[in-house]
Unconditional design. Structure first.
Length: 186
């Protein structure tokens, strides 16, 4: 077991590899299953597309700044806020999702505003987290947009971050902001 966990740590600190891939896939599957179970029990949308890339960043590139829990949480909070602001600016706050309605100029404008704002704010804060780009589009395209759904996005990201970071601690994988990983660039 120590050889396997040592290989995980080495591959996480380097350019990845098959052992890290298997470990990350198993952890991601468990975290998504647990998060989905919470959603089933609470009858809320606790699973949404940007959780996948968030887990991949935390588990596959744990030493990078984007995997720091602060970057993850701030990134998704900014994304939710930017998406919601884009809905207000474009008058889409009470509109059906772009999937139901079909794309038109307002939905495209909402997506552009939300993504651009998310990128700028995260760069100004020096807290990049690319998966937040998916979250802001989920909101800007009216897929999840009610106050309750937006709160669920944030709490779900918090749960996923805690579970994946805990797995990194257990495996003694160096993660920015969690274990002894190199300092995050500011």
């Amino acid at each position: 077991m120590s050889s396997w966990s040592g290989t995980i740590r080495e591959q996480a600190a380097g350019n990845g590899g098959p052992t890290l891939g298997v470990w990350a896939a198993v952890v991601a599957a468990v975290v998504i299953a647990l998060t989905g179970l919470v959603g089933i029990l609470l009858h809320q949308p606790w699973l949404f597309p940007s959780l996948g890339p968030t887990l991949m960043v935390i588990l596959e590139t744990p030493g990078e700044g984007a995997a720091h829990p602060r970057n993850v949480l701030v990134g998704h909070v900014v994304a939710v806020a930017a998406g919601w602001l884009a809905l207000l600016v474009t008058g889409l706050r009470n509109a059906p999702s772009a999937v139901q309605h079909g794309l038109d100029g307002r939905y495209v404008t909402s997506a552009v505003v939300a993504l651009a704002l998310t990128i700028v704010v995260l760069q100004v804060l020096r807290m990049p987290h690319a998966p937040a780009g998916a979250t802001t589009l989920i909101v800007a395209l009216c897929i999840l947009k009610t106050p309750g759904e937006l709160a669920v996005i944030v709490v779900s990201v918090l749960l996923v971050t805690l579970l994946a970071s805990a797995a990194n601690v257990v495996a003694r994988v160096r993660q920015a902001g969690v274990t002894d990983a190199r300092p995050v660039r500011s």
